[in-house]
Design a protein around this ligand. Structure first.
Ligand code: PEP
Ligand code: MN
Length: 339
């Protein structure tokens, strides 16, 4: 059940609802918004008291039974889209489509700074770059770790770009959150629930990739874990799923983007780079993503893709990124999402 609280209710009013939910035998999970707050009541109504009595409280707008397994991420819980404010960069709602770009992995100071300046000049507002890399083989480049974070902080200082970087282990949550403006949860960890909880607890916005073989429902339930910890700054990221197709590394599922947009209030980001694994297809997939309503694009850019220490085949160089950003402009204007 979800208790929708009237807008402009003060904290004491919300706390009163939380206390009442508890008294009735449910676990309250509040999501406090600037305009609207909701309290999810976790518990089985068939064995607990009815929550209908909450309707009598003057600050309660209504009590909703959400039948879906995901509740807090659903449009029933919040009818207006979530807009995440990453230190001045807005993501979601009607905000301009956000370009997040940078290398797959942070490799060196020179590589990162060069890339940061180039993507900023082309219109990106967020710099991506993995410091901790989830590699299939233990013999492949694992990322620079802590030193990679230091370089990301340096790039942020030099360019003003916000940083999105992957959190690979719950043990590093506080460390990565010191540098990251957005914590990325990778596809391989999309159902590492303790990691989701640890990431949620940092209070940072979270970019949640879809798992390699994850159904939409499972993906949304992953986001539900984060919201139920009280962190509602979650953006979903479609990055392709495993199918029988071998022309592409993954099959980018744009239908899932449209579903996530229609079923949830969360911003949805598309990663065409992991999504197909081919640099030549990135521009077309970006256009498709914008057309189905994506709120942002996460694009791998490298000064010399052929020399990249990871994902070289799918990274685009500076000239192609600038060209891509430019070519998206008419489409962004058409959908009313240009900067
Ligand atoms: C990445 O963004 O470089 C990455 C490893 O992504 P994913 O988790 O989607 O494979
Ligand atoms: Mn990559």
């Amino acid at each position: 059940m979800i208790v929708i609280i009237k807008s402009h209710t003060d904290r004491a009013g919300i706390d009163e609802v939380i206390a009442e939910v508890k008294r009735l035998g449910y676990q309250p999970r509040p999501i406090i918004g600037e305009l609207q707050s909701v309290v999810a009541a976790i518990g089985d109504e068939t064995t607990h008291n009815s929550l209908e009595s909450l309707n009598a409280l003057p600050q309660v707008e209504r009590v909703l039974r959400v039948q879906k397994r995901w509740k807090l991420v659903s449009k029933e819980a919040r009818s207006s889209p979530t807009v995440i404010d990453v230190d001045g960069v807005k993501i979601g709602g009607g905000a301009p489509v956000v370009l997040m770009a940078g290398p797959c992995s942070v490799e060196s100071e020179e590589q990162l700074l060069e890339t940061a300046h180039a993507v900023r000049a082309a219109g990106a507002t967020i710099l991506r770059g993995g410091a901790f890399k989830p590699r299939t083989s233990p013999y492949e480049f694992q990322g620079l770790g802590k030193d990679g974070l230091r370089l990301l902080a340096l790039a942020k200082k030099a360019t003003g770009l916000k940083i999105v970087t992957e959190l690979l282990s719950e043990h590093d949550a506080d460390l990565v959150a010191e540098t990251a403006d957005i914590l990325q949860i990778g596809a391989r960890n999309a159902q590492n629930f303790r990691l989701l909880v640890a990431a949620a607890k940092t209070g940072k916005p979270i970019l949640l990739k879809r798992g390699l073989s994850q159904r939409v429902e499972e993906w949304l339930l992953g986001a539900e874990y984060i919201l139920s910890e009280g962190n509602s700054n979650v953006m979903l990221c479609e990055r392709g799923i495993r199918t029988f197709e071998t022309y592409t590394r993954n099959t980018l599922d744009l239908a899932a983007v449209a579903i996530a947009k229609s079923e949830t209030h969360l911003p949805v980001i598309v990663d065409p780079s992991q999504g197909c694994g081919r640099a030549d297809l990135v521009p077309a997939l970006c256009a498709g993503a914008v057309a189905v309503g994506a709120d942002g694009l996460l694009i791998e850019v490298h000064p010399r893709p052929a020399e990249a220490l990871s994902d070289g085949q799918q990274q685009i160089d500076f000239a192609r990124f600038a060209q891509l950003a430019e070519s998206l402009q008419p489409l962004l204007r058409t959908v009313g999402r240009s900067a």
